[in-house]
Design a protein. Sequence first.
Length: 307
Amino acid sequence: MPAGDRLVRGLAQEDGGLAEASARGDKESPVVVTRRAPGDPGRGRVLFLHGLSNSSSVWDACVEHARRAGGPEMWAADLPWRGRSVAGWSARGDLVPYLGDALRAVPGGADVVVAHSMGANVLLEFLGRRLEEGLDPFTEFGVHGLVLVAPFYRRTAEEFDWASLRHSVDNMAPLIAEGIRVHAGDRVPRAARHHLAERIRDWVGPYGWMRFFEIYLRTPALRLGGFTVPCLVLAGADDFAAPPAEGRALADGLPDAEFHLLPDCGHFLMIERARQFAALLDRFVSTCSAVRPHGGPGPGFPWEHVR
């Protein structure tokens, strides 16, 4: 059976009862998509996409709040650039087609795609390419709304200079350390956080960082007018990596977008402000589902292209 057709079944505890979790792909696959919560069938369906050197666990706190509130069905992808990553991911060339794998893996299509950091930029690039080809990726993949969390965006090529490149490189390890802090709290001492962050930075390496930055460099070329579905752009007021002004500029350029700045948090606002984040997401998903109900046949299995 091809890897993309594998349906791995397991059991998870939910409020003392058993719940089924399903995954498409296996742990060695470039893309693994797992159902995190069965949700309320009438509340829509969500797919979460993580950023560089994170994993689907970055959404745990948000998923838990939403699950307890009876929120939508939730799926989360582990992408090639996850954690310690799939071996050799950064040397494989174009990463963008992997987003098609993730979208196709959600049965019935993801009503709303929620993407963080680099994941948001790869998603925008993927959708933008489909639009340039004259396709309608939103209908193709059953996407009725986008939530872009701490995205990177610049309006013009002239906004990129040597200082912006240096800033991005210099802040990579501190950003990873910040992610460890908000995940683990005081369980990991400060010195250990910074040591681990440098090790993760080195696992990502120059190739991995370049894969991110080359997608960032292409953001001025995005034809935002084609992104006609409702969009919610979220930023943390204290984000030193993805400046909130960039998120606001992205929202301003989208035809139907709302921008929210969450105070007293940084790049990982879905962890630091999990309850508020889940409430904003639930409101947005409910609105999208009410306008364009989900359902119907799924968009098919992933893995249709070969690398």
